[in-house]
Design a protein around this ligand. Structure first.
Ligand code: KDG
Ligand code: MG
Length: 401
């Protein structure tokens, strides 16, 4: 079965998405997400200029060989742009293979290991009352796990905290700037979790995202302060370039650690996993080289008691979500899946079989991934430049987020 066409579709049904659609001479098609928030056109160009020309005429059934060809063959390995492009090809080829076999992809990955994929939703509030209301809303909707983010007294606007129905941090063509105080944050967050536990008791899984903003010792302090509230994880406590930093956090706290939404390859987390410095790895399909490579990461993680906790923000398209769910339902060491519903416009552009019910997502049983792109509808939403914000300390120093 030969690849005869590969189209790169950039569309903006409320936010930008990049999708690769591969077409074979047998009429089977497959889709892959290639969206890199705020850098969409870089991946689109990489695909169009460097990947599509070498796909035409290739055997669509050779998923592993194509992955190796694009990874090793490029010479310039790794990096978010390259790996998102490889992910899109890999995902689309798994979609095609599933359709060829008449099986959902999770059946080709070993079949179901669970009945449904436990997801967590985002409960955000400008203040504690807002947080409590948001948690209550999620519990009413059946969520068993909630990520809790709060505004910080004295800071105007905190990343990830928004009252908008649909989460969208990439809001302006030129990055907006916000002001950050680690001291104010560290003082406030434990008080928020104290109130949440007091109100909702021990049953619900609680999570928190520190957005890479702390140093290891600050993260250790946060982890210790949160121990009484038994979080399921603190996410991205420190920027992860320095993997040794996690050792210091580990020495001080039993609060579990999740990291990896910006990871591209197994090499970004190999040390963290082997040394058991983390508990959850948050890599996902689009940013970690597709189903083929993410499976490798999760298999390494399984050997070291590390579970999956894949990224699932709205800047990952429904194509990525559909692919992630195929893995989530099959792997032995699944932990949690992030789930933020897309807008109605996005869902219409990407019709899919996965569905939410009572705290779980279900991938469905359609052959392949169970997702497609409506190219005609997509063409009605042209690309609109949008960048993620930047973060500065109160004295103006640029800070991580
Ligand atoms: O594009 C960046 C967002 O996806 C990210 O900031 C969201 O941190 C995030 C999360 O945990 O969903
Ligand atoms: Mg995050």
């Amino acid at each position: 079965m030969k690849i005869v066409d590969a189209r790169v579709v950039v569309t903006c049904p409320g936010r930008n998405f990049v999708t690769l659609k591969i077409v074979t001479d047998e009429g089977l098609t497959g889709v892959g997400d290639a969206t890199l928030n705020g850098r969409e056109q870089a991946v689109a160009a990489y695909l169009t200029e460097h990947v599509v020309p070498v796909l035409i005429g290739r055997d669509a059934t050779r998923i592993e060989d194509t992955w190796q060809y694009l990874y090793k063959g490029a010479y310039w390995r790794r990096g978010p742009v390259t790996m998102a492009a490889i992910a899109a090809v890999d995902t689309a080829l798994w979609d095609i293979k599933g359709k060829q076999a008449g099986l959902p992809v999770h059946q080709m990955l070993g079949g179901r290991s669970r009945e449904g994929v436990t997801v967590y939703g985002h409960a955000n509030g400008e203040d504690v009352d807002g947080v409590l209301a948001a948690v209550a809303r999620h519990l009413d909707e059946g969520f068993r796990a909630v990520r809790v983010q709060s505004g910080i007294p004295g800071l105007e606007g905190v990343y990830g905290v928004s009252s908008a129905a649909i989460y969208e941090p990439a809001s302006a063509a030129v990055p907006t700037e916000s002001v950050w105080s680690t001291e104010a944050y560290l003082d406030h967050i434990p008080t928020v979790f104290a109130r949440v536990r007091e109100e909702f008791g021990p049953g619900v899984k609680l999570l928190h995202d520190a957005h890479h903003r702390l140093t290891p010792i600050e993260a250790a302090r946060l982890g210790k302060a949160l121990e009484p509230y038994a979080l399921t994880w603190v996410e991205d406590p420190v920027p992860a370039e320095l993997q040794e930093g996690f050792r210091l956090i580990r020495q001080h706290t039993t609060t579990p650690i999740a990291v990896g939404e910006v990871f591209n390859t197994i090499f970004d987390c190999a040390q963290l996993i082997r040394e058991q410095l983390i508990d959850y790895v948050r890599a996902t399909v689009v940013h970690a080289g597709g189903i083929t490579h993410l499976r490798r990461i999760f298999d390494l993680a399984a050997l070291h008691h590390v579970r999956s906790g894949s990224h699932g923000a709205t800047d990952l398209s429904p194509v990525c979500m559909a692919a992630a769910l195929q893995l989530d339902i099959a792997i032995p060491n699944f932990g949690l899946q992030e789930y933020m519903p897309h807008s109605a416009e996005t869902d219409a552009v990407f019709p899919h079989t996965y569905r939410y019910e009572d705290g779980y997502l279900h991938p469905g049983d359609a052959p392949g991934l169970g997702v497609d792109i409506d190219e005609e509808l997509a063409a009605r939403y042209p690309y609109t430049p949008a960048a993620l914000p930047v973060n500065r300390l109160q004295d103006g120093t640029l800070h991580s987020w």
